[in-house]
Every structure is written in structure tokens, then in C-alpha cells.
Design a protein. Structure first.
Length: 94
């Protein structure tokens, strides 16, 4: 599933009781990200900031660990959420 799919799915959420979102990227987080994919992450981040503002959600990202700490990439993918301290610890999948 693409990042764009996640954003589109979140746009359909109508629940007033949403409290937690965990993102499981279906790919390992690469060292460099293509511009189009980076734009998708920026769109997702804007959506997540809106959810945090309206629902006070907790956000967590879980990614594959391929010899690197996936948490090292989250600040570049979700800079505003990271700056605000709104992304929980990043869990690494084997």
C-alpha cells in the first residue's frame, strides 16, 4: 500500500473517538526518497497534524529494520510531527 493510500483512507474517517494511529509502511524506509514519494509523506503529515489537532491522536510508525534504525528516517518523513514530539517511538520489525 502506498503512502497516498493511507492518506486517502484517513480522509474517510468520521469517528469522533479516534485515539491512536499506527502506520506500518509496506516497505523499508530508504536512505533517499523520490520526490513524488516525499510529497506523499508531506500530504500524509498534514493530514496527521489535522487529526492530532481535532482528535489528540497518538501516532506510531513501525517499519522494517534492515540493519538500520527506522526511527532515524522518521524526522525527514514527518518533520512537523517529530518537531512537536507527536510521533511515538518507532518500532522496528525484523
Amino acid at each position: 500500500m502506498s503512502v497516498q493510500w493511507i492518506t486517502t483512507t484517513l480522509q474517510t474517517v468520521k469517528s469522533k473517538s479516534l485515539q491512536h494511529i499506527t502506520i506500518y509502511p509496506a516497505f523499508s524506509i530508504p536512505e533517499t526518497i523520490e520526490e513524488a514519494v516525499h510529497q506523499e509523506w508531506q500530504d500524509l503529515e498534514r493530514m496527521l497534524v489535522q487529526f492530532w489537532t481535532s482528535h489528540s491522536i497518538r501516532l506510531q510508525v513501525t517499519a522494517r529494520n534492515e540493519g538500520k534504525n527506522p526511527g532515524d528516517h522518521v524526522p525527514s518523513l514527518l518533520p512537523e510531527l517529530t518537531k512537536r514530539g507527536l510521533v511515538g517511538p518507532v518500532e522496528a520489525l525484523p
